[in-house]
Design a protein around this ligand. Sequence first.
Ligand SMILES: [Zn+2]
Length: 120
Amino acid sequence: MQLCNLQRLDAFADGELHGPLRSECEQHLAECALCRAELAEILALRDFLIVNAPAVPPSISLAGRVRERIAQPWWARAAAAAILLVALSSGFEAGRKLAERASGAATDLLPTEMGDIHVR
Ligand SMILES: [Zn+2]
């Protein structure tokens, strides 16, 4: 990391950097006091949130919906995906036809409007 990169520091703090990127970041941190201070703030904020942020348990209805989803057989999920695909492609086709119709209407109106302007 030649220059300071705050996004990369966040990834470093989260343990998401590996291999050469992690080594590069560690080398930059050894040389850059600004990034070391920023990393210390990131880690302090993360620790603060871990201790102080209230735990929010998932709702019972969410857990039930997830269990239902997991329990569905593969063919039910495939059928739902196929229905969604047909619905989306129908929507795209309808939208395309509507755009064509609107485009045609606009060109149909153009001579009339020009005629109206010419008459005035
Ligand atoms: Zn830096």
